[in-house]
Design a protein around this ligand. Structure first.
Ligand code: ZN
Length: 423
């Protein structure tokens, strides 16, 4: 009880600082430019100190939860499950980011005390502390601590280094101490190659590939060469445009970059699609797109072959071949609202899964936003939870696992499912 009161008092004093900070422009000493610049520096140092306090708190949470999990009989390899997601929750970040932040907190508090001190003293930002922890992660503990001592032991020198200079200093030191580990780390990094797709402004998208350096440079050089060749031959497109078109053509195997097979999941009525209403549509792997943009994607096909719901149409329209699959997702004919549906089965049937994917769009965990991988019973099936839209949510793989960790609960409130750690 006493501890709880003390925590409330600490929270209250942080709130008082926050209220003071909101009045910063009105502070008497802050009327002139130089003082304001000093103020900005001081606030930056305060942010760093707050990050250090968060790291210490996260490490304490980690130890406490692991202890209570062990006491509750959780198996050794399961210990620590869900803690990163909980840290992410507290910081309004995704579980993935929360796990990274927890990893940083553990390294700073257990292995790199001088770096934590430099963060606490406001000499470096949380990002620079991350660089320090990340760039020497391949070394032994003893070598990491030597680097911690050499770089963070001299905070005045450390604070003068920018990101690139800091990375170069650490790499130089790490390579001198243990060249083999740097090579091994490169091999491990290669195993973490991937491709991702995320929305960009103006209905564009970033397709990103994290590749080994030789392959990445080879892909880029191939696209650049092709662009140069076509431009010399009289192609009027810009170099960047040709490179982007060539990328699409080579990967999809289609001869024209403009030919795309489109799946538009229509979370709107046919009226909206055909009569020009503004309700947006959802493009799988992308997210919300403006109604007009969705209409433009399908319009030519609709004009030539009608809007048969649930039918697959393909054919030629001008010089572009487009295949359009229209799927109407359980819209009530009178209101256009998504309507509930359920199933007697434990496994989520394909129709319901499409409905959930269209409704949730991304992992339902607050601040996560990763693509949906699992359809999860909010109230588990084995305790009577139903396979119905209001008891099934889309989650990414990590959040589905985090939710199963001890100390987590998930419920439906105001018809909205949501998960989070117990308070
Ligand atoms: Zn997630």
């Amino acid at each position: 009880m006493f501890d709880k009161l003390r925590v409330v008092a600490q929270d209250a004093s942080i709130r008082i600082w926050m209220e003071e900070l909101a009045k910063v422009a009105a502070w008497p000493a802050c009327s002139a430019g130089p003082e304001l610049i000093d103020q900005i520096r001081a606030l930056e140092e305060l942010k760093a100190a707050a990050s250090a306090a968060q790291a210490r708190a996260a490490a304490l949470v980690d130890s406490a939860v692991r202890r209570s999990q062990a006491d509750a009989g959780v198996q050794k390899e399961q210990l620590g499950k869900g803690i990163g997601a909980q840290i992410g929750f507290a910081r309004r970040e995704s579980p993935h980011r929360g796990t990274q932040l927890l990893g940083l907190a553990r390294i700073l508090t257990k292995e790199m005390p001088k770096t934590l001190q430099a963060l606490s003293g406001g000499f470096i930002s949380e990002w620079r502390a991350t660089i320090l922890a990340r760039e020497n992660a391949c070394l032994t503990l003893a070598d990491r601590q030597r680097i911690d001592d050499m770089l963070a032991g001299n905070p005045a020198e450390l604070e003068a280094l920018g990101d690139r200079q800091l990375i170069a200093r650490i790499k130089g030191l790490a390579y001198g101490m243990d060249p083999a580990s740097v090579v091994n780390r490169a091999a491990k990094a290669e195993s973490e190659r991937f491709v991702s797709c995320r929305p960009a402004p103006d209905t564009m998208t970033y397709l990103t590939g994290l590749l080994p350096v030789a392959q990445g440079v080879e892909v880029f050089a191939t696209l650049a060469r092709e662009a140069d060749r076509l431009r010399v031959a009289g192609d009027s497109r810009g170099r960047g445009q040709i490179m982007a078109d060539t990328l699409v053509e080579r990967i999809t195997g289609r001869s024209k970059a403009g030919d795309v097979r489109v799946e538009v999941q229509l979370v709107m009525t046919d009226q909206t699609l055909l009569a020009g209403a503004a309700e947006p549509a959802v493009l799988p792997w992308y997210g919300v797109i403006p109604a007009q943009f969705a209409r433009d994607l399908v319009r030519r096909k609709l004009e030539t072959s009608g809007s048969n719901d649930g039918s697959r149409n393909s054919g030629s329209s001008g010089n572009t071949t487009t295949e359009v699959w229209l799927r109407r997702l359980f819209t009530a004919p009178s209101t256009g609202q998504l309507v509930d549906m359920d199933s007697k089965a434990r496994l989520v049937p394909a129709g319901l899964a499409r409905f959930i994917a269209a409704r949730d769009q991304n992992c339902r965990m607050p601040w996560c936003g990763a693509p949906i991988r699992h359809f999860d019973h909010i109230r588990p099936w084995h305790v009577g939870g139903t396979t119905a839209a209001n008891n099934v949510q889309g989650l990414c793989e990590a959040c589905n696992h985090a939710k199963e960790a001890p100390g987590w609960a998930c419920s439906v409130s105001n018809g909205e499912p949501g998960a989070g750690p117990y308070r």
